[in-house]
Design a binder for this molecule. Structure first.
Ligand SMILES: O=C(O)CCC(=O)C(=O)O
Ligand SMILES: [Fe+2]
Length: 368
């Protein structure tokens, strides 16, 4: 009993000491640590990966890649095939990569360089943005759930709501402000396009999901995963599903992302120039489980340089939004009654903020 008390007391002081450096995991790496502090130690159970139990899964290697043909479709058959690909992927994986998505590769590189640039500028500049006050326009922090999670993750993040009320440029750090604004506009366009195809994939009118404001809000999270000296002891991002409607993820060429299907963690190998699209919990809720929001995680970075990623969540998050969401009427029937109660995006997102990434689905709280 006494030992537990001492251990938990130490842990809190260590978390605080780390937090008060205001320079995140990058600061630890810059100080030359060769062993990771124990606040980052995850249990081995959490990190293990067992072979798939079902032999049906043995032939599967990873999530599908879909060619969006620059978003221009000259013939109806190609368009139909793309929608079919998106439908299958959304039903089985809730995850797919897209190529020829219409966002310039140069902009993708510029965005990733912006994330690197912010995290690699002098600690004095970074510190000015470091906060745990999530009501601020721009938040730079390490582990939003530092004090509530069982173990910290080897990652720093900066975040900002980019729509519907974009930040004023002067609220954003000079080093990445222009690219954040430009990139988020492109992601909004891509998102509106994807929601059209997802609507058709569900047998709804093309504009259904856009009309019910699925593409209204955009929250951008820019992650920085410094190289980890003991990658087998910790994780980059612990297992979770996204609480958004949809997520557009700009990955790095350094691997690490894994998606869990039927109990097995599948690697998502980098595809040059691709964006990763995944269905979030809110889309699973309004489609009454037709589309699935799968858990995923990022392993600690084994490479010698930092891994970066930019996750753009289509959601208004905890910002005011009175609209109620429940299973879409056209998608339920007597044989397929609603599985979830109605909720607001804010109520849904508040679950996540309160609990952190503890690996349990927020959807359970809304099950009828
Ligand atoms: O960094 C990544 O590749 C994934 C990040 C992620 O899953 C998230 O931000 O929700
Ligand atoms: Fe995620």
């Amino acid at each position: 009993m006494e030992a537990t008390k001492i251990a938990s007391f130490d842990r809190i002081s260590e978390l605080k000491a780390f937090d008060e450096t205001k320079t995140g995991v990058k600061g630890l790496v810059d100080s030359g640590v060769s062993q990771i502090p124990r606040i980052f130690h995850h249990s081995t159970v959490n990190l293990a990966n067992h072979k798939p139990l079902s032999s049906d899964l043995l032939h599967l290697t990873t999530i599908p890649t879909i060619d969006l043909g620059g978003r221009v479709f000259e013939d109806a058959i190609t368009r139909k095939n793309v929608i079919k690909g998106i439908k299958d992927a959304s039903e089985k994986w809730g995850f797919f990569q897209v190529i020829n998505h219409g966002v310039s590769l140069e902009l993708l590189e510029k965005m990733k360089n912006g994330v690197r640039g912010f995290n690699e500028q002098s600690p004095e500049v970074r510190k000015q943005f470091y906060t745990r006050d999530f009501s601020k326009e721009f938040v730079y922090t390490s582990n939003f759930d530092l004090y509530t999670s069982q173990a910290a993750s080897w990652r720093d993040t900066f975040m900002c709501y980019m729509a519907p009320n974009p930040p004023k440029p002067h609220d954003l750090p000079p080093i990445c402000r222009d690219v954040m604004i430009e990139y988020s506009k492109e992601v909004m366009n891509l998102g509106e396009f994807l929601f059209q195809f997802l609507s058709e994939a569900l047998g709804l009118n093309t504009n259904h999901l856009n009309d019910i404001d699925c593409s209204m809000g955009l929250r951008m999270l820019c992650h920085y995963y410094p190289p980890c000296p003991e990658p087998d002891l910790t994780i980059g991002t612990s297992q979770h599903s996204d609480s958004s409607f949809l997520t557009v993820l700009l990955p790095d060429l350094i691997e690490g992302l894994q998606v869990r299907r039927d109990g097995y963690w599948f690697d998502v190998p980098p595809v040059p120039g691709a964006l990763i699209i995944n269905i979030g919990d809110l889309l699973q809720l309004i489609t009454n489980d037709k589309f699935v929001s799968l858990e995923h995680r990022v392993l600690a970075n084994r490479a010698t340089r930092a891994r970066v990623s930019v996750a753009c969540f289509f959601t208004t998050g905890v910002r005011p939004n009175p609209r109620m969401y429940g299973p879409i009427r056209e998608l339920v029937s007597e044989d397929n009654p609603p599985k979830y109660r109605e909720t607001t995006v804010k109520e849904f997102a508040a679950q996540r903020s309160a609990r952190g990434l503890d690996g349990t689905s927020d959807l359970l709280h809304f099950k009828i």
